[in-house]
Design a protein around this ligand. Structure first.
Ligand code: 26V
Length: 811
């Protein structure tokens, strides 16, 4: 393990930082200065380790993995790094001697929110696990100046505000100006013939953008391996065009600088909806080109040849966003190192692996060919050639199936289909849960499966469970340690030892006390932020995730409106008190998602204003759902809502975070819920709703008539009536329309009405089960005990084995 430090050493190190960086002694330093100095000391400890294991990596010359992702969601780093390095006690004491509380410093840190949701958080969980497993694996992404927007709720509406996280968050970033890379946009291609009659394509008149690396060091738990997350910031080689300035063209003189800087300005706050925007294409190429150039240079320094590139470098593509790595590597091999096409293609294919994270057609990237060609002419010409060869192969393999050939084409109908390019090039492709991997094989990539079945595999997602259990829920973690020892922190499968205590009423009682304390902690936050007083003895029923129609927050709200209707009809009805907690950001331009947030907030007010219901039914909409807020919510949840339409949620990872904190899943047979069911057994989960095949059948047969439910199901009819009459004075016409309107075939796309009855019944089961304290406690402890399989350490070992072909550095 790492050097152990004494309290005095840490104190001295912090004092030194205060003096050198801020010219202050501890007694006159501000909180910010102490916070930053503490971070710098932790950063130094990580750098020392980084250098140490770098020598080891260099001497072993093993293969390393580069995880390319447009998004990473690390959340906060100080607490995580101190936890991973197991140095909390010395820091706590050293800070105490300055009269500082470590918890206060933790709370000062802004989240690094460089992602939208599950895909970005998964990438960060994986970097943690790669380091924990002692492997060399690094991330590449963009250093967005503004991360995911800050969500405010004003008058029951979502407002987006910019998130300037770099204010304090840049303390973790180490700029490497001397490792900058040039990236070229636009311009034109010219054919040039050399004296041997060989044609070369020359790229001219392009605009240059500079990528500056900002490195964030990544620790793992109990591991000496420290890896790097390299974030590229864009800038221009020209700060001002003096000639234009002299002519009085002031704005124009700075155009080039603005063009460059806008690239890393802001994260696209949209998920699951692609638009052919040139800025998005530029962001992708910017970070891909800079990363691939850096990788190639580094490889040449280490090995002096690119012939063995694929043996030492694995490039992983996180969803299709980094697909340009494929043609960009080809460009470097062909144009800069004069490789022949076939050899270059072979090396690139052996380097690339790809994970698919969604089958939602609107989230699959298809770039307009003309736009792509204009922005990236050389890359376009390479993709055209890849597609030409691919088409020849398809003609040979499927001569009589034009439809299939079109479906599998890389360029079709004026569009570049990035998922097909990934599957054509990658030597391994995986989905993110057993069900999702099955669906991509049977549907999305069925043609490719016929050609290369062995290319496809599954790795079910996992979470950095020490963050979600040990750090977020220290009371539960300490109790588990008291019962079973600390081995579970290294191997999550050891959580299973908790099963021994399933019949132990004292243990169950302690667990329920811990849950209650965590509920009180959240209740305090709710009082402060929402000014709502919630009852910690009510059921905390939690749905936290991005707002999307397929995730069906609306189904949840339908159930709440149904309970309200029942209470209004019969105020004496015996309803066990519930607090429905929501956290969700909607993409700024996603009208229906914003309407659903509005509905939740107005409903919340209506319930709160009604003395008949307010003590039994409450809705709390927590604004600005983020990694840090999730860390507060997960430990306090009783019920975990995972209610997407079957077939739509690729995996989900919130389901795993809630499970390990003892919440019981109420879910459909979708994504990783299926595997949670397998782990805990039918009696420890509430499953409802149509199955994937049933949904498919209904769609195929064209028999779905959502409006019929409004006539035939009195509960649904009453809900629609409530919404039509107005909730807190507002009529939600667009929502009603989306479910029933025009009797059109697109109404209720996500089968809210079809699944309502089944959901309502499952919710009744939840209420009953909760009232049996022993039974609920047993369900809860079983969920914690069986959650080990969803550790990111397990996922990463599977990636290392089945996909990347890497081993721990020390092996
Ligand atoms: C798509 C787009 C489209 C263009 C604008 C920006 C943007 C950003 C992200 C996405 C990706 C959507 C795919 C996604 O986030 N999938 C989620 O991946 C999780 C990790 O595997 C998984 O647990 C969720 O079920 C899945 O929805």
């Amino acid at each position: 393990m790492i050097n152990k430090f004494t309290v005095n050493e840490i104190k001295e190190r912090i004092e030194e930082k205060l003096l050198h960086h801020f010219g202050r002694e501890a007694k006159s330093a501000t909180k910010h200065q102490i916070y930053k100095s503490t971070c710098l000391v932790v950063r130094d400890i990580m750098s020392e380790l980084w250098n140490k294991n770098h020598d080891l990596i260099d001497s072993h010359k093993q293969k390393q993995i580069y995880y390319l992702s447009m998004e990473f969601l690390p959340g906060t780093s100080l607490k995580n790094n101190i936890f991973n390095l197991e140095i909390e006690n010395v820091f706590k004491e050293a800070l105490n001697e300055f009269g500082e509380n470590i918890e206060t410093l933790y709370e000062m840190e802004p989240d690094a929110g460089l992602g939208n949701g599950g895909l970005g958080r998964l990438a960060s969980c994986y970097l943690d696990a790669i380091a924990t497993c002692g492997m060399a694996g690094h991330g590449f992404s963009i250093c967005y100046e503004y991360g995911i927007f800050k969500q405010k709720i004003k008058d029951c509406k979502q407002i987006e505000e910019p998130d300037d996280w770099l204010n304090l968050g840049d303390i973790w970033l180490i700029p490497k100006y001397d490792e900058a890379e040039e990236v070229h946009f636009g311009g034109k291609l010219e054919e040039v013939w050399d004296e041997n009659g060989k044609m070369k394509l020359i790229h001219r008149d392009y605009t240059t953008v500079i990528g500056i690396p900002k490195d964030m060091l990544i620790t793992g738990y109990g591991s000496e391996v420290v890896n790097t997350l390299r974030l590229w910031k864009s800038t221009s080689p020209i700060s001002i065009n003096m000639e234009l300035f002299a002519k009085g063209k002031y704005l124009k003189s700075m155009e080039e600088k603005h063009f460059a800087e806008v690239i890393s300005k802001i994260l696209y706050p949209e998920d699951a909806h692609v638009e052919g925007k040139s800025l998005r294409i530029m962001q992708q190429y910017f970070f891909i080109s800079a990363s691939m150039q850096a990788l190639v240079k580094r490889h040449l320094i280490r090995f002096g040849t690119l012939d063995n590139f694929h043996e030492k470098v694995g490039v992983h593509i996180n969803d299709t966003h980094p697909t340009m790595a494929i043609p960009e590597l080809m460009r470097i091999f062909l144009d800069e190192y004069e490789y022949e096409w076939d050899k270059a293609w072979e090396i690139v294919c052996k380097t690339i692996t790809y994970t698919n994270h969604t089958i939602m057609s609107e989230a699959l990237e298809k770039w307009p060919e003309d736009l792509f060609a204009k922005l990236l002419p050389r890359l376009h010409s390479i993709v055209v050639e890849i597609n030409r060869r691919h088409t020849v192969m398809l003609m040979r393999e499927f001569p009589n199936n034009e439809a299939l050939r079109n479906e599998m084409a890389i360029i079709y109908d004026g569009k570049l289909k990035m998922a097909n390019l990934c599957v054509a090039a990658a030597h391994k492709v995986n989905g993110v849960s057993a069900l999702h991997s099955k669906i991509i094989k049977e549907k999305l990539f069925n043609g490719f499966v016929k050609l290369t079945p062995d290319k496809f595999t599954n790795v079910t997602n996992g979470i950095a469970y020490r963050r979600w259990l040990c750090q977020a829920n220290p009371k539960l973690s300490d109790f588990i340690e008291e019962l079973c020892g600390s081995e579970f922190k290294y191997n999550a499968m050891n959580l299973e030892n908790l099963m021994k205590y399933k019949e132990d009423s004292n243990v169950l009682e302690r667990l329920s006390i811990i849950k209650r304390e965590n509920k009180i902690r959240l209740a305090d936050y709710i009082k402060k932020h929402n000014n709502i007083i919630v009852n910690p003895d009510s059921i905390f029923d939690v749905q936290v995730k991005r707002l999307h129609e397929y995730k069906r927050q609306l189904l949840n709200l339908f159930h709440i409106m149904d309970l309200y209707n029942q209470l209004k009809e019969n105020p004496n009805k015996d309803i066990y008190p519930r607090t429905f907690i929501f956290g969700a950001k909607a993409a700024a331009g996603y009208h229906m998602a914003k309407q659903i947030i509005s509905l939740a907030c107005h409903l919340s007010k209506m319930l709160e204003d009604d003395p008949v219901v307010r003590d039994r039914l409450k809705i709390v909409f927590l604004e600005n759902y983020s990694v840090s807020l999730a860390e507060l919510i997960m430990p306090a949840a009783d019920v975990s809502e995972q209610i997407s339409l079957a077939g739509k949620e690729a995996s989900g990872t919130g389901n795993m975070k809630l499970m390990i904190n003892g919440a019981i899943t109420l879910g459909t047979m979708d994504g990783a819920n299926v595997e949670i069911l397998n782990a805990v057994g039918n009696e420890n989960i509430f499953i409802f709703g149509l199955l994937v095949d049933e949904v498919e059948k209904i769609i195929q047969s064209g028999i779905y008539r959502p409006w019929a439910y409004c006539h035939e199901n009195k509960y649904i009819a009453n809900i629609i009536k409530l919404m039509t009459d107005g909730i807190d004075g507002i009529v939600f016409g667009d929502i009603i329309n989306s479910l029933t309107a025009g009797y059109n075939s697109n109404a209720d796309q996500y089968f809210v009405l079809a699944d309502f009855d089944s959901y309502k019944m499952a919710q009744e089961d939840v209420s009953l089960a909760y009232q049996n304290k022993t039974k609920w406690g047993q369900m809860s402890i079983t969920n914690i005990a069986k959650s080990g399989i969803f550790s990111a350490d397990r996922s990463i070992k599977e990636y290392a084995d089945k996909i990347w072909g890497i081993k721990p550095i020390n092996d």
